[in-house]
Design a protein around this ligand. Structure first.
Ligand code: SF4
Ligand code: SF4
Length: 371
């Protein structure tokens, strides 16, 4: 049975939900939300859960992942209770609670810790990088005081732990989703439909596109490529394209050659998409163009800045390779690019990035509830 815990509000404030206690339960937010459905009554109901401290009800919910933080509900709230940032905060809380090591909690809740951790990880990854080039002068200097094997094995363990944390996180999420009395009935015949639903959602962001179709909306009349759904789509597919291109480069060729190689062309297009998405997302946040962009957590900024730096340094190296520009500056850019890219992969399980895994899992399960 769920225990009422009034101290939970303080906990949620650390994840970015500050004013939700002002809510007087009018329901305007739910009424204006284009994404609520008969079975998915948010954000009002989830604000009640937060006020009463019903943590388990938040963690076992699929509906938390149906919201795309468009900010419409915040605009409609007469009490400035911030339902949109509240929904984003409980998603952060859920990610941190599913992840088994506790690292995500620290990264989300403490900005100084997040900075210290990413710097320390960057230094370690820098050392790890040199284990891949053991004959380099700097490598020899490093290995004088720390053995090659220790650094290399430590690096491999870190990558392994990231994958493991994500797998355990998904298992924890499933345990919560299927706890309680409202378990959806699994039916094999619905599985193709569930996959199609998730694919539509993830590949085309079908529901997210409904978020900004309001005639009164700031986005009304603006081209689709400026809309938040397209910015989200660009970042997601840009990053996936870059991961695929890097893997193909690694498997099939020396990445320092042939700019017209198909994987390199894919990398360039994906990089452009990601740079576009991250630049626009940062610009909208700086300008605070709508309610949805008014409150940005430090961890969200860090995520965007890392992606942007990875994209920018990637293009720098592309040009350096094309003009055969060998210089110390280009070597430094290469090290920065590789460290930031490795940090993004390692922090996948411990950051906002993890929603790319949790959301499809929740949507797949939700399909059985709604259909
Ligand atoms: S609109 Fe504001 S006050 Fe009304 S239920 Fe939603 S959060 Fe609460
Ligand atoms: S942020 Fe948008 S999608 Fe999320 S609850 Fe509010 S109106 Fe609905």
């Amino acid at each position: 049975m769920n225990q009422v815990d009034t101290a939970f509000s303080k906990e949620l404030a650390k994840y970015g939900a500050s004013d939700f206690a002002a809510c007087y339960n009018c329901g305007n937010c739910t009424a204006v939300c284009d994404l609520t459905e008969k079975q998915a009554n948010f954000p009002r109901m989830f604000i009640r859960y937060g006020v009463l401290g019903l943590k388990k009800d938040i963690l076992k919910s699929r509906e938390v992942w149906l919201c795309y933080a468009c900010g419409e509900c915040t605009k409609a709230c007469p009490r400035q209770a911030g339902p949109a940032p509240y929904m984003a905060a409980i998603r952060r809380y859920a990610i941190a609670s599913y992840e088994p090591t506790g690292l995500t909690k620290l990264l989300f809740k403490s900005n100084p810790f997040a900075i210290l951790f990413t710097v320390a990880l960057a230094v370690l990854l820098g050392f790890f990088l040199f284990t891949l080039k053991p004959d380099h002068d700097v490598s020899r200097w490093i290995f004088n005081w720390m053995p090659f094997d220790v650094i290399h094995d430590l690096g491999m363990i870190i990558f392994g732990l990231t994958g493991l944390a994500l797998v355990i996180g998904v298992i924890n999420m499933m345990r919560h989703l299927y706890s309680g009395n409202e378990k959806p009935v699994f039916e094999w015949k619905k599985v193709p439909g569930a996959f199609r639903y998730v694919l539509d959602e993830m590949a085309l962001l079908k529901r997210y596109r409904n978020c900004d179709d309001d005639e009164e909306d700031y986005w009304a009349g603006k081209p689709e490529w400026q809309h938040p759904w397209f910015i989200h789509w660009s970042i997601m597919w840009g990053f996936i394209g870059l991961l695929v291109a890097t893997t193909l480069d690694f498997l099939f060729k020396d990445p320092s050659l042939a700019i017209w190689w198909p994987s390199r062309i894919l990398g360039t297009l994906a990089g452009l998409l990601m740079m576009y998405g991250t630049s626009m997302a940062m610009w909208y946040r700086i300008k605070k163009v709508t309610k949805a962009y008014e409150e940005t957590q430090f961890s969200d900024w860090m995520f965007l800045v890392f992606l942007w730096i990875a994209g920018f340094t990637g293009f720098w190296l592309e040009v350096a390779v094309a003009i055969s520009g060998h210089s110390v500056l280009n070597q430094v850019i290469f090290v920065i690019h590789t460290i930031i890219s490795m940090e993004l992969v390692i922090l996948f399980a411990f950051s906002r990035f993890a929603h790319a895994i949790y959301r499809p899992v929740a949507l797949f399960s939700y399909y059985f509830v709604k259909s």
